[in-house]
Design a protein around this ligand. Structure first.
Ligand code: PMP
Length: 377
């Protein structure tokens, strides 16, 4: 105990890669805005791509029942959930891994398949969490410039692969741009990678899968026959309205899933989340309502923003990216004063862009009105 007086800090214990790590900045919570600005009326949060209809009612019912067994550990293998997903997706249960949100699966994949001697590939303007996880594990990575539509340039990403590239991250649809890559682009990327002596694992992050309705949108859970080193990630956070339950899943080959099962924590998904998510899979009515609302409001809000002179990026997700004449941080601040939380993208090096999630029709009307006010000269 002799040295404490000289240096009590923990700094010497962390690597430079942890020292320089910047934490993820989530959308501002409603309670925080109320505390900070003393706003009395209803606060509208359109900052985290949540479901404006709330959680699936069937999920809620199952969650209430599961609470009574809260004293028991969950089933570590998440049998009920994975079994239900297996029927729903038509894939063997051994190919499915559930996670504490798809975020945990991203982390598990990096831990399982990459070390600091390896290399990974991400796209410019893609989900920032990939870089945070890679940095936190000291895995070097290349950021490939985005395509003209601000989305991923899959062929350029494939060409950036090196002999030690283990992972390629593709968000489809992408957050924060809402852009997507079609089947032809995905297949072009996979055929370039398949030529390599040791092809990397392609991580298809499909958190917004259900919202995508483009005719050529690919379902990457069907590509393992063509390219075995591909994994599809999905989540209950968005279309099932279950962001707080923290449940996501991966679909991969049985071999890849087996490695992830070896590495994951024994009880990585909780009982309430598992059983609520299994029930949500049966809530076809809720899913239909969610997707219909999003389809209509996506077109309407995108058109209204364009009419206001904002540059809108065409979106396949439940949010839209737009370029504003104001600094994103100023626009954000003015909307906060009006009780509306959007997502400024200065953290993504997009100083004039904000990302806005779609709400219910009255919520979107309130947003459009506030934006008109804020943007009027
Ligand atoms: N991937 C993408 C592209 C996302 O936007 C999000 C949520 N913001 C996630 C993964 C993580 O979602 P969750 O952990 O809630 O499943």
């Amino acid at each position: 105990m002799t040295h404490w007086d000289e240096d009590k800090r923990a700094r010497p214990l962390v690597g430079q890669y942890i020292e320089t790590l910047k934490p993820y900045v989530p959308g501002k919570p409603i309670e925080e805005l109320r505390r900070e600005r003393g706003i009395q009326g209803e606060i509208l949060k359109l900052a985290s791509n949540e479901n404006p209809l709330g959680p699936s009612p069937l999920a809620l019912e199952a969650a209430r029942a599961a609470l009574l067994e809260g004293h028991l550990y969950p089933d570590g293998a998440a049998f009920v959930l994975r079994n239900r997903l297996s029927e729903y997706l038509g894939v063997d249960m051994a190919r499915i891994v559930s996670g504490n949100g798809s975020n945990e699966l991203l982390e598990l994949i990096v831990r399982t398949f990459a070390t600091s001697a390896d290399h990974a590939i991400v796209s410019e303007h893609s989900f920032i969490v990939y870089r945070i996880i890679l940095k936190s594990m000291n895995v070097p990575f290349t950021v490939v410039p985005a395509a003209a539509d601000m989305g991923h340039d899959l062929v350029a990403m494939a060409r950036a692969a090196r002999s030690n590239t283990r992972l390629v991250f593709v968000a489809n649809p992408n957050n924060p741009t809402g852009t997507y890559n079609g089947r032809a682009e995905l297949e072009a990327m996979l055929s370039i990678l398949a030529e390599r002596p040791d092809p990397p694992l392609v991580v298809m992050d499909e958190a917004y899968f259900e919202f995508a309705d483009a005719e050529d949108y690919p379902d990457s859970s069907r590509y393992q026959g063509l390219y075995p080193r591909i994994v599809a990630l999905r989540t209950f956070s968005k279309c099932y309205g279950m962001a707080s339950f923290r449940v996501g899943y991966a679909v991969a080959t049985e071999e890849v899933a087996g490695y992830l099962h070896r590495v994951r924590a024994p009880f990585n998904t909780n009982r309430i989340g598992q059983l609520a998510a299994a029930a949500a899979v049966d809530d076809e009515d809720f899913l239909r309502r969610t997707l219909e609302l999003n389809r209509v409001e996506r077109a309407r809000v995108s058109a209204a923003l364009s009419d206001m002179g904002l540059e809108v990026v065409p979106t396949q997700a439940n949010f839209v990216l737009c370029r504003t004449p104001l600094l994103a941080s100023d626009l954000y601040d003015k909307l906060l004063d009006r009780g509306i939380i959007v997502r400024p993208l200065d953290g993504y090096a997009l100083d004039h862009h904000v990302r806005i999630s779609f709400g219910t029709p009255p919520q979107n009307n309130r947003l459009i009105e506030a934006l008109r006010e804020v943007l009027s000269p």
